[in-house]
Design a protein around this ligand. Structure first.
Ligand SMILES: Nc1ncnc2c1ncn2[C@@H]1O[C@H](COP(=O)(O)OP(=O)(O)O)[C@@H](O)[C@H]1O
Ligand SMILES: [Mg+2]
Length: 273
């Protein structure tokens, strides 16, 4: 079985939260991610280079980047691009959603934190991904629940521990960078900050060029890119889905989305600006 098929099988059968001993392998790679070339480059440097050519950093006299944090509005591709780099690297991937960890380890979230780090270490080289980390690591002293201060402390301790060895890359993502305890972003921890914004015209056009959705010949993708100003990648994905469902509703044997379907879906969306 090839890595791709195995990855698909795992992705189809396993829940996230790193509940698999060997981690999971996401089904899509960088080819599915439109634009975001700087983000892909930074992730490649931090995740893939240390695995393929660790001496590269030593040759210029630096340590590899240890941890990264991605921030930006919802739907800008944070989760999507991290899953893609995990696929590209083939490393064991442990995605953890902030709120899910709190739920799963009610009252003992520090143990949860230690456990996910232990799993990632055992499977190294690996990627530990704290998605929506704001739920887990709010500025200390300001959280609404009493557990989170000690959760932040546990995160700091664990991150400092793996910084020594560097075969576990920690990646975090958040829509709310302002809520995160700044101690997490100091040197040796989530020191590389990458900010994602809403896609510009070129990025939207690039996404339309690689989507799996089939367009009829009357669709002008430049016009669709122009008409979707202010929308996130997630909004556009939702729009295409809606247009495709409209096509199927009209004709159950439809094989493509026409301009009229797209116009209908666009008209249904609330105005963005
Ligand atoms: N760069 C991209 N290229 C193509 N599709 C994208 C891209 N970024 C996001 N998407 C689409 O938008 C959806 C939501 O993106 P996601 O990564 O979950 O956003 P968030 O920044 O909120 O984590 C993805 O599942 C995917 O369908
Ligand atoms: Mg996300």
């Amino acid at each position: 079985m090839t890595a791709g098929l195995l990855g698909e099988a795992i992705a189809a059968t396993t829940p996230s939260l790193g509940s698999v001993p060997g981690g999971e392998v996401p089904a899509h790679g960088f080819e599915a991610v439109a634009n975001l070339s700087e983000v892909k480059q930074r992730l490649t440097e931090a995740v893939i280079w240390p695995m393929t050519d660790p001496d590269r950093f030593a040759r210029v006299g630096i340590d590899p980047p240890r941890g990264l944090i991605l921030s930006g509005p919802p739907g800008t591709g944070k989760t999507f691009v991290v899953r893609a780099v995990a696929h590209e690297s083939g490393a064991a991937f442990f995605p953890v959603k902030g709120a899910e960890l709190l739920d799963k380890f009610v009252g003992e979230s520090e143990r949860g934190v230690r456990e996910v780090f232990a799993r990632a270490r055992a499977a190294a080289p690996s990627i530990l991904f704290f998605d929506e980390i704001d739920a887990l690591a709010p500025v200390r002293g300001r959280s609404t629940t009493s557990v989170t201060d000690s959760v932040v402390a546990a995160l700091l301790t664990e991150m400092d521990g793996i910084a020594e060895r560097g075969n576990v890359v920690v990646i975090a993502a958040t829509n709310r960078l302002d809520l995160i305890d700044p101690a997490l972003m100091r040197a040796g921890r989530l020191e590389t900050h990458i900010e994602l914004g809403l896609p510009d015209l070129e990025a939207r056009r690039a996404m339309l060029a690689i989507t799996d959705v089939h367009f009829a010949p009357d669709v002008d993708l430049d016009a669709v890119a122009a008409a979707t100003a202010g929308l996130s990648f997630a909004d556009i994905a939702g729009l295409l889905r809606e247009a495709a469902l409209t096509a199927l509703r009209e004709d159950a044997t439809a094989i493509a989305v026409t301009r009229a379907h797209l116009d209908t879906a666009l008209a249904r969306r609330p105005a963005t600006t």
